[in-house]
Design a protein around this ligand. Structure first.
Ligand SMILES: Cc1cc2nc3c(=O)[nH]c(=O)nc-3n(C[C@H](O)[C@H](O)[C@H](O)COP(=O)(O)OP(=O)(O)OC[C@H]3O[C@@H](n4cnc5c(N)ncnc54)[C@H](O)[C@@H]3O)c2cc1C
Length: 320
């Protein structure tokens, strides 16, 4: 019988899978087509790739900084240099910005090289029959494991495991905010000496110049635009039906930068329903030893890759 079934291949899922695999058998499931979760990289065709979730990582803790530096030595990660423009009047962030060498899903890819994993495997429900867990997938498949670990955003984990969670978990006040992200490619543009732009705007708050990451040579200019939380809240439920939402975000970018609409040769918009929570929780992770049910994810601590990693490390210690 499998020891651990891990639901989610984001930073927390892949970190806990890696840590547990040193001692136990592990199978990781994800409903998406590839690893990374909110730190995934969208590749449409060669040289048309965008970090549409996580933009960069700025470690605050010694342990996480050490880990990221190790990945830099192994040529999995690097520092994103260049001109990071900031038009907000917030305190200037001078910390180093780390990105993946090939995409910002580098942590998940690195940790899960040897892990048994299945993508396009969406978990519908879990059932505890006193002896082991039955994990039911949308495609009708059933997986059995002695322990289950969920790493999804809070509302999704609650939906799957709610009836097995203790009150201290169910009563957590975690509000996950949405984000609307648009990926754009322009033809025949001159290279610009900008890496990212932080806007002081109610709708468009961030744009990343993908070419500045020096992962590929392209005659196209690739930009990833991200919206404000407030505007995303109003539009997340209808952005797919109404082109107006995408057009509004793009118009903002064109107005601010002077890029021309008729040079756009590719555009794709993604809505993150549960992108990040502004509040954390008193816990770092959750482990019910009796049921052998665990949860780890960024939202326990706060909305950063580093917190997903710390939460998974905390859970691994509890399981030991
Ligand atoms: C737009 C955006 C920008 C961000 N920018 C930054 C940034 O610049 N720096 C930073 O540090 N952090 C940033 N974050 C936050 C960062 O993405 C998260 O903190 C981190 O990636 C969370 O990792 P996780 O593993 O906890 O969760 P996730 O990455 O959400 O992983 C959960 C996984 O569970 C899977 N899943 C969900 N339901 C099911 C199911 N039923 N069955 C199977 N699988 C399921 C999902 O597909 C997903 O892969 C950003 C997030 C967003 C959305």
């Amino acid at each position: 019988m499998l020891d651990f079934c891990i639901i989610g291949s984001g930073v927390s899922g892949s970190t806990i899978a890696h840590l547990l695999s040193k001692k136990y058998s592990v199978h990781m499931l994800d409903k998406a087509r590839g690893p990374g979760g909110r730190a995934s990289n969208k590749r449409f065709i060669q040289n048309l790739s965008f970090d549409h979730g996580v933009q960069y990582i700025s470690p605050k803790s010694k342990e996480f900084l050490k880990f990221i530096k190790t990945l830099c030595k192994k040529k999995e990660a690097k520092i994103w240099n260049g001109n990071h423009l900031d038009f907000t009047f917030e305190k200037k962030d001078i910390s180093e910005k780390f990105i993946g060498m090939k995409g910002n899903n580098f942590i998940s890819k690195y940790y899960t090289k040897k892990i048994k994993k299945s993508f396009q495997s969406s978990v519908k429900s879990i059932f505890n029959n006193k002896y082991f867990w039955e994990i039911k997938l949308d495609n009708g498949e059933n997986i059995q494991a002695l322990s289950v670990i969920l790493t999804c955003p809070f509302p999704q984990s609650k939906k799957i495991a709610g009836k097995y969670l203790e009150k201290k978990m169910l009563n957590l006040n975690i509000n996950m905010e949405p984000n609307i992200t648009t990926m754009l490619a322009f033809k025949n543009q001159k290279t610009v000496s900008v890496s990212s732009i932080k806007f002081n705007d109610d709708i468009l708050t961030w744009a990343a110049y993908e070419n500045s990451k020096n992962r590929f040579n392209s005659s196209k200019s690739l930009w990833t635009l991200q919206s404000s939380i407030g505007w995303a809240r109003k539009n997340i439920n209808h952005y797919k039906k109404s082109k107006k939402v995408e057009n509004t975000l793009i118009s903002k970018f064109l107005n601010f930068t002077g890029y021309k609409k008729d040079k756009i040769i590719f555009k794709k918009t993604h809505g993150w329903k549960y992108s990040y929570n502004l509040n954390g929780s008193p816990l770092k992770s959750y482990w019910n030893k009796k049921l052998r049910l665990g949860l780890c994810a960024d939202w326990f601590i706060g909305p950063k890759v580093e917190n997903a990693w710390l939460s998974a490390n905390d859970l691994a210690k509890k399981i030991k």
